[in-house]
Design a protein around this ligand. Structure first.
Ligand code: SF4
Length: 421
């Protein structure tokens, strides 16, 4: 039950040079907030005016296609917008409809998802598409409650799809929206579930109550537009560490204006990892040795990566490529090692994992394979993936040799290499 009224109007005006901590009202203890109709109207008006003028142009905005909205919302879970843009367009061109996605193989879906991480999302999306094709003639349910029956669709995603694609007045509450609401209302952040419930109720008060009509240019969809505006505000202005309050459309309604205690983030862990880069020539084709992760691996099961090496076994070597790769709370400092000579038994002995999981793949097919994000990044940086077909040093005219590929020893036969294991 929401009881208190938030005193937004009684705040001292904010200026950049003011003694902000003393001018700001004390944060209200969490325990229920009730907005007045005037506050709600002011908030919505200011937010929507800003959104119409400033919203980023994104490939999944301004369309009326529930399938595309669904795909984009699944991709955006815990993933940066810039990374999603890159994969979304390609994914949609490969699987333009629910039917196309349902009829694809899991390997094809994982390949199109490669680089986005959290591959369970891709598997659940695929499974949901197969369910929709078998049970609902390929049509998505139109309410948040019904959408939640699909694999991989929870509270946040169902609200986003239902409001944006079907106009349902149901509020989205993701991490960005929670942060905006906490700051606007001046509540201290706590890990308590009760706070999440209260924020969800606040978000629901703010969303326009009537159903929208997402057809046409989308302007007649107040619930969907409001949700997108809230998420946009959190993603572009009300940033976790340094909010851009001077540009904020709800600045005059905000209690904290950036002076807000947030829970410190968990410190990132660091780990080192090492991988083998091994290429060979087969006629006109160049192949790369890859390792298939076990089907029961807790992360990235069944995906392909460069063969992992024991880091301590290559500690004294200079890698062909160094890179950093972050996965959730861990920073991986990665070295990619190519053989020094045609036969390099020490490197072969440094291999980890099951030898049966190693296989050669044509570099020209790499973009169609379910590669891990790290493998894709490394192969791109090394020029193996973007070139598609690596030209052997001996085949190249003098002076045109690729700087990184020139360090690799090609032509080492599979048998030679595996014999060293
Ligand atoms: S004024 Fe600052 S802290 Fe308040 S909602 Fe806007 S960006 Fe966030």
């Amino acid at each position: 039950m929401l009881a208190k009224t938030i005193d937004w109007q009684g705040m001292a005006p904010h200026t950049r040079n003011a003694q902000r901590p003393t001018l700001l009202p004390a944060p209200t203890p969490s325990g229920g907030e009730q907005l007045t109709p005037r506050q709600i109207a002011s908030f919505r008006r200011a937010l929507m005016a800003w959104y119409r003028a400033q919203a980023r142009t994104l490939p999944w905005r301004g369309i009326h296609d529930p399938y595309r909205t669904w795909v984009s919302e699944i991709m955006l879970q815990q993933t940066r917008v810039a990374a999603v843009i890159e994969r979304y367009n390609e994914f949609i061109s490969r699987f333009p409809t629910v039917v196309a996605l349902a009829l694809a193989s899991e390997q094809q879906v994982l390949a199109a998802w490669s680089g986005l991480g959290y591959y369970r999302r891709a598997r659940l999306l695929h499974r949901a598409a197969q369910f929709l094709l078998a049970e609902r003639e390929g049509q998505l349910p139109t309410t948040a409650a019904a959408l939640r029956t699909l694999p991989g669709v929870g509270l946040y995603t169902s609200a986003a799809i239902a409001s944006i694609a079907f106009g349902e007045p149901v509020a989205v509450v993701d991490g960005n929206v929670e942060r905006v609401l906490l700051r606007v209302t001046g509540q201290a952040e706590t890990p308590a579930a009760v706070q999440s419930r209260q924020l969800a109720e606040l978000a629901q008060q703010l969303i326009p109550a009537r159903w929208g009509n997402p057809a046409g240019d989308g302007r007649d969809n107040p619930p969907g537009n409001h949700n997108q505006a809230m998420m946009e505000l959190g993603a572009t202005l009300c940033l976790p560490r340094a909010p851009l309050c001077a540009a904020c459309p709800v600045h005059s309604l905000c209690r904290t204006r950036g002076e807000h205690q947030t829970t410190p983030r968990a410190a990132l862990r660091s780990k080192s990892a090492a991988y083998l880069l091994r290429l060979r020539k087969r006629g006109a084709m160049t192949e790369v040795l890859l390792y298939r992760r076990p089907a029961d691996a807790s992360l990235m099961a069944g995906m392909l990566e460069l063969p992992p090496l024991h880091p301590e076994a290559v500690a004294e070597r200079e890698p062909t490529l160094r890179l950093r790769h972050a996965i959730t709370q861990t920073n991986y400092y990665v070295g990619i090692y190519a053989p020094r000579t045609m036969r390099d038994p020490a490197l072969a002995r440094a291999l980890q994992g099951n030898r049966d999981a190693l296989a050669w793949f044509a570099t020209s097919r790499l973009s169609q394979l379910p590669l891990t994000g790290l493998a894709r990044k490394a192969l791109r940086r090394l020029g193996v993936m973007s070139i598609g077909e690596v030209v052997l040093e001996a085949d190249k005219p003098a002076g045109t040799r690729h700087a990184q590929v020139s360090r690799l020893q090609l032509g080492w036969e599979e048998e030679d290499f595996l014999d060293e294991l």
